[in-house]
Design a protein around this ligand. Structure first.
Ligand SMILES: CC(C)(COP(=O)(O)OP(=O)(O)OC[C@H]1O[C@@H](n2cnc3c(N)ncnc32)[C@H](O)[C@@H]1OP(=O)(O)O)[C@@H](O)C(=O)NCCC(=O)NCCS
Ligand SMILES: CC(=O)OP(=O)(O)O
Length: 331
């Protein structure tokens, strides 16, 4: 059974409730139909009931069985507004501003449903930039206890099975932190190792990527990755990691053996931590497009409850897959 099939089997058993706020997007309504047919989750669609039903009919999407919640006609809206005012008290958010956000910004409303337990998770981003989804998630859901850093990972499913574990390899961070410092890089490594194990079922071997392998180049950017490795060492983490290393040393056995002969990770990494968002985001898109790899995600890590983002270039299937992944992240 492939990765997504096994995640869907798990999701079916749990039957969680997932919010899809971007109902103006044809792909979202068609993905809702797919999720309902596959029975991987209950679906909540946010927006005006008549508009959603008319759009679904226009696009030929059967959304029977989905709950539709209209923030402009919602019994508990005062509770949601009060909660947002409280959450943003330090930013002096007024009740009027909170009302405007809750009734006009479905991603914020959907995150509040998740925060207050009216739904289990949320998937958005097919029709909005990642930053808009993340801001709603970070402001409303917040980080999990003891976690400082929200980050993300893509599970890359490459075609020929040569890299990672039978072709499965996680890339991080490709969506959240533009210029992570060394502490944040260490946090990204730890969060992605946890995702590799809990969502994908891999025993993580984490490579901290750079343009240098074990001191082959000298530069402050290399120092940062080395420092991140020292932090992981100090934290005494319970997963294998090594760095700094170049991408070829991380994933090609012969090159890993040549450039980092004593490494337990070089040549067989199944988690790649990129040094910044430029390299991470560009890297995953190149592998996706040049190598025809499936890119599942970005799976957001570090939030108190699961909210996952999509690339705006996503397919209907990508949305349905991420709904299943989100459902299985719920504790
Ligand atoms: C993630 C992102 C939206 C956060 O931006 P921001 O302006 O800091 O967001 P907010 O002001 O809403 O942040 C709310 C709070 O969360 C904190 N925060 C921001 N990013 C965080 C992170 N990664 N982890 C934990 N907390 C974070 C902020 O410091 C802020 O704290 P405060 O309320 O105590 O001041 C921003 O870093 C971003 O745009 N990232 C790139 C997204 C992107 O374009 N990706 C490329 C395509 S996938
Ligand atoms: C993750 C990502 O790159 O998202 P988008 O393509 O929507 O910017």
């Amino acid at each position: 059974m492939g990765l997504i099939e096994s995640i869907k089997e798990k999701a079916k058993l749990q039957l969680r409730t997932i919010v899809l706020p971007e109902t103006e997007d044809e792909r979202v309504l068609k993905a809702a139909q797919m999720v309902l047919e596959e029975k991987t989750a209950n679906v909540v669609l946010i927006g005006n009931v008549d508009t959603i039903k008319a759009d679904a009919a226009k696009y030929g999407a059967n959304i029977e069985g989905a709950a539709i919640v209209d923030p402009k006609n919602f019994d508990n809206i005062d509770k949601y507004i009060d909660e947002l005012v409280e959450l943003r008290r330090s930013k002096n958010l007024s009740r009027e501003e909170a009302t405007e956000i809750m009734t006009t910004e479905p991603r914020f409303f959907g995150c509040m449903m998740v925060r207050l337990g009216d739904a289990d998770g949320l998937v958005a981003g097919s029709n909005s930039p990642t930053a808009d989804v993340l801001k709603a998630a970070i402001q409303v859901i917040k980080t999990a206890p003891g976690i400082n850093t929200v980050s993300s990972t893509f599970v890359m499913e490459t075609k020929d099975g040569k890299f990672g574990d039978n072709g499965l390899i996680l890339f991080a961070d490709c969506a959240v932190i533009p210029e992570p410092n060394a502490e944040q890089l260490a946090d990204i490594a730890a969060a992605t190792a946890a995702t590799a194990s809990s969502v994908v079922g891999l025993e993580p071997r984490v490579a901290m990527l750079s343009f240098s392998t074990k001191g082959s180049a000298k530069h402050p950017l290399v120092d940062k990755v080395q420092y991140a490795c020292e932090i992981l060492d100090e934290r005494n983490v319970d997963f294998s990691f090594d760095g700094e290393m170049q991408a070829d040393a991380a994933i090609v056995e012969a090159i890993g053996a040549k450039k980092a002969p004593d490494s337990k990770v070089a040549g067989k990494a199944n988690v790649l931590v990129f040094p910044d968002l430029q390299s991470g985001n560009i890297g995953y898109k190149l592998v996706q497009r040049f190598a025809g790899a499936e890119a599942h995600g970005p799976i957001v890590q570090g939030l108190n409850k699961p909210v996952n983002d999509l690339s705006r270039g996503c397919s209907i299937e990508d949305i349905a897959n991420l709904v299943a992944i989100t459902a299985t992240q719920i504790k």
